[in-house]
Design a protein around this ligand. Structure first.
Ligand code: BES
Ligand code: MN
Ligand code: ZN
Length: 512
């Protein structure tokens, strides 16, 4: 998809469709009074071009357009405009409007227009509430996210099908002071969004076409394209490093595991900071001997979303070049039942030397991450972040809306929360009190890998904390958010690419 900035007067721009945001300026939430009358919405078009406002006048006056979020009104041959169509896109209450809302609106514009076989459009940059550069970025990011379709293996799929080819962002003349800055924002948005879609590509693949070996190849190819160092190791290295927890999972599969390391080490990097990004790359999770029920098991192809997120984040980092040393460590394997598979009751010795009693072979993510975190520390990482589709329990706790965040260090959490807010992704912090540690006790080993149902997401995080040890660490449980259960106006059903934008923003925050 091409992206352009334009300083034209919106009404004078020739385009297949001009998109303008409509905000509701009414102060209060609409409520009914005693006589059953509702407070009137007060919609206004976010475009100071009088001709555009004029073109929207009738549908606004008639009450058809209210500015409600995702309300779409498509006008053909709008009078006074060179555009063939005018799409009025509701953005909700003006006082709640922000970059995150705008990002979704851009995705909704793409999804609305591409379904009508429109290939290109222009989006009028809203003129209030959002800073110009943030707005440009949000529109580009949202547009790319909205353009992604997961139906790869449909035999009638054509690349050109239902895709937007070009988006122009029209900047009002009051906001044209720093067009170069806006150009930079547009390119940055593009890098992040294309990386997010790269992650979604990886997650979308079925497990027969996304084995650990294939995941490693995709990482290598990407690394060569963007100038990252990529090393891929197999079973021999995993055993040589004494990664007994990782190998305990991998031993059950005929598909060889892969330990993927991606390195970004720019000249002039911040002193004494080395970020480690650790990803769970279970390319298929059957549960192992503690096998999962058949119902819904097909979704366990997305159990490598944490890995894909870290690989995609490294792509964005390599292209944006913040002066921060970052290493990604991806533990990729299948979790299979077989004659070679580990069994409940087995004891595995992790790379750190700690022993683990395997209570449930379906609690495999924490095992591979335990060794991934330990390896990151051995490589000298000063701060760790992991991303994993780790527990069904986080879905019980937070549903499909928020990802779970756990942090061992409040300062590091503050940095992450700031990045997360700027990225506009929904996440919620969950606790790691020492009291939960009780549940890790084993009769035979240093700890068990699974406990009771209650607080399952916290248990998993407490387990990982044993391996992050005293290195400041953040754990993202994306089990409920890495896959969209339904399509939304701004995004297709399927892989979401959650956490990538926050991670990239977080990494940028460490640059001197
Ligand atoms: N990959 C699953 C977690 C998961 C669940 C991801 C739903 C995406 C959607 C993980 O490996 C797992 O099986 N966890 C178990 C742990 C339990 C056995 C302690 C779970 O959550 O049920
Ligand atoms: Mn599992
Ligand atoms: Zn899993």
């Amino acid at each position: 998809m091409n992206t352009n900035l334009s300083s034209s007067v919106p009404s004078q721009l020739e385009t297949d469709c001009l998109v303008a945001v409509v905000l509701d300026q009414a102060e209060n939430a609409r409520s009914e009074n005693a006589r059953g009358e509702k407070d009137k919405p007060s919609p206004s078009v976010e475009c100071s071009d009088a001709a555009v406002r004029e073109a929207a006048q009738d549908v606004i006056a008639g009450g058809e357009v209210t500015g409600k979020t995702f309300e779409t009104t498509l006008l053909h041959r709008p009078a006074g405009l060179k555009a063939k169509r005018l799409l009025l896109l509701g953005g909700g209450k003006a006082k709640h409007f922000n970059a995150a809302e705008l990002r979704k609106l851009a995705g909704a514009a793409v999804r609305t227009l591409k379904s009508k076989s429109i290939r290109s459009f222009a989006f009028a940059l809203p003129e209030s509430s959002v800073a110009a550069a943030d707005g440009v970025r949000a529109i580009v990011e949202g547009a790319f996210v909205g353009n992604f379709e997961p139906g790869y293996y449909k035999s009638d799929r054509k690349d050109s099908d239902q895709k937007i080819d070009a988006v122009t962002i029209v900047v009002n003349k009051d906001r044209q002071g720093d067009m170069k800055g806006l150009e930079t924002a547009m390119q940055a948005g593009r890098i992040v969004a294309e990386s997010q879609n790269f992650t979604r590509d990886l997650v979308n693949e079925p497990s027969n076409l996304m084995t650990p070996t294939i995941l490693a190849e995709r990482a290598k190819k990407m690394a060569a394209e963007v100038g990252l160092i990529c090393e891929v190791y197999g079973a021999d290295k995993i055993k040589a490093l004494k990664m007994g927890a990782f190998w305990g999972v991998a031993q059950g599969s005929d598909e060889p595991p892969a330990l993927i390391v991606l390195r970004f080490d720019p000249v002039g990097a911040a002193d004494k900071v080395h970020l480690g990004l650790v990803g769970k790359g279970v390319t298929f999770d059957t549960g192992g001997i503690s096998i999962k029920p058949a119902d819904g098991m097909e979704k366990m192809k997305y159990d490598m979303a944490g890995a894909a997120t870290m690989i995609g984040a490294m792509r964005a980092i390599a292209l944006l070049k913040p002066k921060v040393k970052v290493t990604a460590i991806i533990c990729a394997t299948e979790n299979m039942p077989s004659g070679k598979a580990q069994k409940p009751g087995d004891v595995q010795i992790a790379m750190s030397g700690k022993s683990i009693e395997i209570i449930n072979t379906d609690a495999e993510g924490r095992l591979i991450l335990a060794d991934g975190l330990c390896y990151a520390r051995q490589l000298g990482c000063t701060h760790l972040v992991d991303a994993a589709t780790l527990t069904g329990a986080v879905v019980v706790a937070l549903g499909y809306v928020n990802a779970g965040v756990f942090a061992s260090d409040d300062q590091m959490y503050e940095r992450f929360a700031k990045a997360n807010k700027a990225a506009g992704e929904k996440m919620w912090r969950l606790p790691l009190d020492d009291e939960y540690k009780e549940n890790l006790k084993s009769n035979i080993a240093d700890m068990v890998n699974a406990g009771s149902r209650w607080g399952g997401a916290i248990f998993a995080a407490m387990f990982l904390k044993e391996f992050a040890e005293d290195t400041p660490w953040i754990h993202l449980d994306i089990a409920g958010t890495a896959w969209m259960e339904d399509s939304k106006p701004w995004i297709a059903k399927g892989p979401s690419g959650i956490a990538l934008r926050s991670l990239v923003e977080f990494v940028k925050g460490w640059a001197p």
